[in-house]
Design a protein around this ligand. Sequence first.
Ligand code: CA
Length: 235
Amino acid sequence: MKLTALIIEDEKNIRDFISTSLSTQNYKAVTAFTGTEGLSLFTSIQPDIVLLDLGLPDLDGIQLIQKIREWSSTPIIVISARTRERDKVLALDTGADDYIVKPFGSKELFARMRTALRHSNRLNTTSPLYNRPYHAKDLTIDFERHLVTLGEKEIHLTQVEFKIVALLARNSGKVMTYDNIMSEIWGPYTDTNNRILRVNMANIRRKMEENPGEPVYILTEIGIGYRMLEDDISG
Ligand code: CA
């Protein structure tokens, strides 16, 4: 069964590049030139995933993310020439699943799409993937038993540390912004200062990473947030 990808992009070259690349994979590509057209196609075809440019002729991609997120959790990957951290953070905090900077290769695009699609399955609480343990390299996280092991060794995390690790693991492969993590762990009205998160992260890395200075499992996206190594489960 083919998955449908909606590409909302006003640059013809990029639109063609993406739809040609996708047609070599298991995707059916549908394209839109403007935001308005994109939104109306989104409603009528209900795609499995959206690839969205931010600089559109009629409206800003951010507005489109807002509109889609009012009623849909379909994965959205932003593909933009905007490289500033604050643009990425804004798109992610508005509800985009990932962010790719132009120019990009098709391999990177496919990998991000796979992650976003898997992620939307994993976060569906009715999916069997939801409670399946996270596993990558030597690290295993059993969500139900609150158990974290590195090889044979059990890692003892505080309750807050476990919540952070579990949140990132359930979203593995995907970048989570500082604000996003802060509000999930400490509530939506928490301090905007992310020092408490960074302190917890330092402790987590000391316990979980062989070399906390060069983390393997939880990577820092400078100025944006954290991305946990994608888990091994397939499908
Ligand atoms: Ca554009």
